[in-house]
Write a protein that binds this ligand. Structure first.
Ligand SMILES: *Cc1c(COP(=O)(O)O)cnc(C)c1O
Length: 229
């Protein structure tokens, strides 16, 4: 089987899961956007997915993302990983959206990068759902202040919230909490409607809790090699 056939089959299977999850949740399929997470995979996989109709692709490391975005510019690139402020300028030069904004210094750095690149960047606020912000994400109590900063920052457009379900907990409970954070955010920032939640293992629970964007890697592209050390 060619790689294209492999990816086409996986995409069909993921599409079926998305359609079923939307049907169960009583939501139209168009409510949920699929982002293919291509980290560790070659740019040739991104090009094949694009040819199969995937328009949104995500990465979690700047250098890898920058190289692939240069190789395959005609998709929307989403940055979903932990981001150091010194990489913000680079990310702002190619990303359509950054899902991992979790502190004021990153808002400032991305705003400066977007202005410099003369681009507008969509930003989602990453929320820590286990109260341990050392693993990325703002505490939900800090979201209002961060949202005000992002909404006021030139070059940035606040579009919503993002989370990763904590390991070893019920993802449904985590995504329900994220939905509450989103509802409180929309009370003051009604434009921030995006909820980026759900990965290969828990996209059904995320869609049941209102996810508008699912970030799917393994189920589309196969198991990733273990991180090198
Ligand atoms: C790798 C990654 C994903 C995709 O995870 P899978 O389990 O492979 O679907 C989603 N979101 C983030 C932030 C990631 O780093």
């Amino acid at each position: 089987m060619s790689r294209r056939e492999e990816l086409a089959g996986a995409l069909t299977a993921v599409e079926a899961r998305l359609a079923a999850a939307c049907a169960v949740a009583g939501r139209p399929r168009e409510d949920v956007q699929l982002i293919a997470i291509t980290k560790t995979r070659p740019a040739s996989d991104v090009a094949l997915l694009r040819d199969l109709g995937v328009e949104d692709v995500g990465e979690n490391r700047d250098q890898e993302a920058r190289e692939k975005a240069a190789a395959v510019p005609d998709v929307r690139w989403h940055f979903v990983g932990g981001l150091q402020t010194n990489k913000a300028r680079s990310v702002a030069s190619y990303a359509f959206a950054v899902h991992s904004v979790d502190r004021p210094a990153l808002v400032d750095a991305l705003s400066a990068g977007a202005l410099r690149a003369d681009r507008e960047l969509a930003v989602l606020l990453q929320v820590s759902l286990d109260g341990d912000p050392s693993r990325g994400g703002a505490l939900s109590a800090d979201v209002p202040r961060l949202a005000d900063a992002a909404a006021a920052a030139p070059g940035l457009r606040l579009t919503g919230v993002m989370a990763v379900a904590p390991l070893g907990t019920d993802p449904a409970a985590a995504f329900a909490e994220l939905a509450e954070v989103s509802a409180r955010l929309r009370a003051t920032h009604p434009e921030a409607t995006a909820i980026s939640a759900g990965m290969s293992g828990d996209l059904e629970q995320a869609i049941a809790s209102g996810a508008t964007h699912v970030r799917v890697g393994t189920a589309l592209l196969g198991e990733r090699p273990p991180p090198s050390r």
